[in-house]
Ligand binder design. Structure first.
Ligand SMILES: [Zn+2]
Ligand SMILES: [Zn+2]
Length: 198
């Protein structure tokens, strides 16, 4: 499987981040990642921008883009769907739209005290995976991971990096070897072939 470092915000695309994209790439490489998944707030990188960043920083790591969408009920990492979503819709309808467009949705930091989303609620929404490990907010205790798995969701681990010092090793998500694009990653998530690694 490939090791993916995910949930990374960079400046200037995420206004609350100071991490330079080049430092994110360097940090992910030195952490031994095969894939770096950017999750900017409400905006995704274009393929051209990612290719340019890869060129400028040498190859050796696959760069993928996604957007962390701030819905009033949850933060959702939307992958493989470039169409703008209507935030006024309930979460379950947004997730259904993303699926129809060939994408996938990760529920970001469900254990964050602000949201405290249960597996029951998340499975009702139809999200593909839950970010059970989040290095900046609260993580789901390992003893409760089975509750998410039993409800049919995959588990992922994210850094929620905003600064250079947030780019650490030891927290990654394992994805199938055939993942080369955002659409591939979305498919792997929908087919529950992704898991939190240690
Ligand atoms: Zn968030
Ligand atoms: Zn975030």
């Amino acid at each position: 499987m490939k090791r993916m470092i995910m949930h990374v915000h960079t400046s200037p695309r995420s206004r609350d981040a100071t991490l330079a994209p080049a430092d994110a790439v360097a940090g992910a490489k030195s952490a031994g990642a095969d894939i770096l998944l950017f999750t900017e707030h409400d905006i995704a990188w274009t393929r051209d921008e990612l290719d340019r960043l890869a060129e400028e920083n040498g190859s050796g790591i696959l760069l993928l883009g996604s957007a962390e969408v701030a819905h009033r009920d949850a933060h959702l990492i939307v992958i493989g769907c470039d169409t703008a979503l209507d935030l006024a819709l309930p979460v379950n309808e947004m997730v259904r739209q993303v699926h129809e467009l060939g994408g996938a949705v990760i529920l970001a930091h469900p254990a964050d005290l602000f949201f405290q989303i249960t597996p029951e609620i998340a499975s009702g929404w139809g999200v593909d995976a839950a970010e059970v490990v989040n290095l900046k907010k609260r993580s789901v205790p390992p003893g409760e991971w089975k509750n998410w798995l039993e409800r049919g969701m995959g588990l992922v681990a994210g850094l929620d990096a905003h600064r250079k010092t947030d780019m650490k090793g030891g927290c990654h998500t394992l994805v199938p070897e055939w993942v080369e694009t955002e659409k591939d990653l979305a498919r792997a998530l929908r087919e529950r072939l992704v898991r939190a690694g240690q």
